[in-house]
Ligand binder design. Sequence first.
Ligand code: AMP
Length: 192
Amino acid sequence: MLNIILFGPPYAGKGTQSQNIIEKYGLIHLSTGDLLRAEMKEGTELGKSAQQLINDGLLVPDEVVIGMINNKIKANLSSKGFIFDGFPRTVPQAGALDHLCHENGIKIDAVIGLSVETEELTKRAVLRGQTSNRADDKDPAVISKRIIVYQDETAPVADYYRKKGLYKEVDGMNSIEQVFKDICEVLDSVQE
Ligand code: AMP
């Protein structure tokens, strides 16, 4: 199995690179953002309670996303592996993921952190807002809120994995093709 976390700020390109990685390595994509949007679309209670937080650029409570991830891991244990995209986003989520991995007999092989300068993130956000149907991509106040929330609550997760020796930084300012090449280099080295 190959289990990786794709880490980085909003608009860094995690979704795009996840698709590339899935195609090449056949991993199961676990995006908490996608799972939450599916709940919102279906109009479930969980979706309704998450909607306002997401539209305000805030995080949904840890226990909500941890529960969703737990279900997906358990349902796909015979797969080639997982790519966690947008999870964990807080240090307690990272601790919970350790616990889930232990419980299910799997381990995280690498955490790939895409580094992108804040100014570039804002530029990419504006571009994505022109094509995506996401309410949280359209409003400049929400875009900057999401970046601030990342810096305050999510960036410390990088240190959590640095201490474990799992964190590998990839320069996300490069072209999509170059970033993918750099990610593959990391993945091929941990897979050996
Ligand atoms: P994303 O598609 O990863 O950009 O996520 C969209 C929104 O869903 C985020 O801005 C959060 O409001 C919420 N969300 C996604 N993943 C998480 C997570 N791991 N923890 C808390 N909130 C999350």
